[in-house]
Structure formats: C-alpha cells, structure tokens
Ligand binder design. Structure first.
Ligand code: FMN
Length: 182
C-alpha cells in the first residue's frame, strides 16, 4: 500500500472479530508511534488486554464497544517532563510546553500508530471522550501523566464505509484566513 492508500483507507473501526492481537504486533505499533515528531518524547503508553481493565476503560469512556477490542492502548502525556526541562531550555515557552506540546506530541504518535495498524490489517479508533480521572485511575497514571486518548486495536469485523470530507476549499485559505460562509 502506498502512504496515500493507507491514509485514505483508514477508518475508525468500532467492531472487531474475536482474533487476538499478538504482543509483537502491539510492540510494532508502539515502535512506529514513537518515531513521530516529538517534544521530549513525552508520550507514555499502557497496553490493556485483560477484561477487567478494558471494562474500566469502557466505563470511563461510556463507550461499550471499546471493551470488545482485544487490546486497548492508553496514550498518556508525561506533562511533568516539560516542567522539568523548561528551566534549562529558556527559549521555549513554558506555556507551550505544558499546554500544546504534549498534546501535539501524543497526537502525532497516535496517528503513526493508527496508520501503521492499517498496513498491518488491524483496525483502531481514536477515543478522546472519557473521564480523565477514571482512566488515570484504571491504568495507574500518577498526577504528572495526563490521559490523552484510548486506542482500541483489533481485527476489523467488516469492511468500513467510505468516508466523506468537506470540500478542501471550505477549509483552506491562502495568505490570510477566510471564514467559512454560514
Ligand atoms: C480527538 C478525537 C477524539 C475522538 N473521540 C472519539 C470517541 O470518543 N469515540 C469515537 O467513537 N470516536 C472518536 N473519534 C473518532 C472520530 O469520530 C472519527 O475519526 C471521525 O468521525 C472521522 O471518521 P474516520 O476516522 O472513520 O475517518 C475521535 C477522533 C479524534 C481525532
């Protein structure tokens, strides 16, 4: 598959077969994730495979389908790393470290992971809606690690529908921003 085919065939997969996902495949996904651009490699990953942990995460997200995936990868951002480093990296603004960098770093890793899954015949879904405290508790994140996303991983149980996107010209401006007409 070309990169364009991988990008355009990836769909959110919310229904999985009973087939398991091997530890090697999970490690491959996480290896690909960590080659994303990063600020201080602040991503942290917890792999949840046992039913008890998956159920806690599904409850934290109020999305039952998550627990039906053989694996859920919890992506966290080690927020404290920015506090530790910004004092020596003066030219980098502390707010950006804390407020934006860790979000962008983890998002880039998640996208790498999800695209790699397509190439491996696996299905994923980006889960961003959940109770942060409940997710942190379920996987034992300490105060300095913030849950950013859950990524259920499994073998897709059916072909995904073709996706739509709004026309490119409604989201692209040249030189200056043009509001989208109501
Ligand atoms: C930040 C973010 C949060 C998301 N949260 C959820 C979620 O909580 N539950 C869910 O089923 N899908 C979630 N999604 C997936 C989107 O619904 C999905 O990517 C979008 O509808 C486009 O469909 P596609 O992924 O099939 O192209 C989220 C995606 C992103 C990027």
């Amino acid at each position: 598959m070309t990169l364009e085919q991988i990008i355009k065939t990836r769909r959110s997969v919310r229904s999985y077969t009973d087939e398991s996902v091997s530890k090697e495949d999970v490690l491959k996904l996480l290896d690909m994730a960590r080659w994303a651009p990063h600020a201080l490699e602040s991503w942290r990953f917890v792999v949840v495979r046992e039913a008890e942990g998956k159920d806690l995460l599904a409850k934290a997200a109020r999305q039952d389908f998550i627990a039906t995936a053989p694996v859920i990868i919890v992506v966290g951002a080690y927020v404290d790393v920015f506090a530790e480093y910004h004092s020596v990296w003066h030219r980098w603004d502390a707010y950006k470290f804390r407020g934006l960098f860790y979000i962008q770093t983890t998002a880039a890793a998640i996208q790498n992971l999800m695209l790699s899954a397509v190439e491996m015949g696996l299905g994923t879904c980006w889960i961003g809606s959940f109770n942060e405290g409940d997710v942190a508790k379920a996987v034992g994140f300490p105060a300095g690690v913030r849950p950013v996303a859950l990524v259920p991983v499994g073998h897709p149980d059916k072909t995904q529908k073709k996706a739509e996107r709004v026309p490119l010209e409604t989201i692209v401006s040249w030189e200056k921003y043009t509001p989208v007409p109501e």
